[in-house]
Design a protein around this ligand. Sequence first.
Ligand SMILES: Nc1ncnc2c1ncn2[C@@H]1O[C@H](COP(=O)(O)OP(=O)(O)OP(=O)(O)O)[C@@H](O)[C@H]1O
Length: 347
Amino acid sequence: MSDPVMPAPLLQIRDLHLTMQSYDGTAHVLNGIDLTVRRGEIWGLVGESGCGKSLTGLSVSQLLSRPPARYPRGKILLEGRDLLRLPAAEMQRLRGKRVGMIFQDPTTNLNPSFRIGTQLADVALAAARHDPALLGGARGGLARRRAAMALAGRMLEAVGIPEPQERLHAFPHQFSGGMRQRVLIAMALIGQPALLIADEPTTALDVSVQAQILRLIRDAVTERNMGVVLITHNLGVVAETCSHVAVMYAGNIVETGPVKEVLERPAHPYTRALMQAIPTADTPRGSLRGVTGAVPNLISPPPGCRFAPRCARATATCRAALPAPVLVGTEHAVACIHLPERIAAHG
Ligand SMILES: Nc1ncnc2c1ncn2[C@@H]1O[C@H](COP(=O)(O)OP(=O)(O)OP(=O)(O)O)[C@@H](O)[C@H]1O
């Protein structure tokens, strides 16, 4: 039954399982994840390196080749359509038009040999093949190219690039890292996607530029009423930018909810450990203060709760079965058996 208050979900990931075949064996990288994103929401997907954040984003964008990727179970519903079952041509149409993507390193995603305007206009022309209104219905090669270039200029302006008309003629190497990331955001937004997947979009940038780019993403969500999945290992970025957060550990989402609620009342031992690791800026990636060990090998992951081998509270029950998420607050769910509410409910 539809909820009268909540807008319809944009993205629904349901019980998604992903395996990756490699020389060493089959890695069980996503182990039944669930996530619902609505328009206007910015979901932070957070966790240590190797927890499956990027592979979740690449799954939604359908950018993993099958094989080595396989989806033995689950669904990825975008506006109700299961992306796992769409023909490749149909998915190609949705990419850019319904799902936009931004990745970490702006240098590898722009072609150094072509002017910025040409690259943006090409993306606009490709998107307009499925949505002629993007170019104001322009007909004929030259008129379409002109309209695409005009749209490219407007997009550069929208992402805060000064003198956008002049900058259309520049090459990527003439832009700073922050400017290049703005261009990539313009490129991701040019087809007016409903959902944006941003994978560590600010990790390669210095802190002040990072703040500008995050503000730009927030503004784009407000102006365009999009949904965003922001992949990051940084809880500070989540606190500053996101409306909701999903904490991932070794292929499972262990805690979800509104950012304020989860960060003020973290309930999963892994979320608590991540938060304890925040104060030291120089904590190495992949290590958590106070928690020994590392993310397990996903070819032979531990049975039951995958965090159990590192968890001081783990019992035989934790190692026997993966705990189902339980609600501990409004929209705040946690997959751990050691919660007071759950213990009370089970007597
Ligand atoms: N092509 C592949 N073949 C086999 N295993 C893979 C492949 N790509 C990724 N993996 C494994 O899948 C797991 C999840 O990787 P993923 O890149 O999604 O993690 P992540 O949380 O995004 O980490 P990071 O923050 O380092 O990007 C890792 O254990 C990784 O070793």
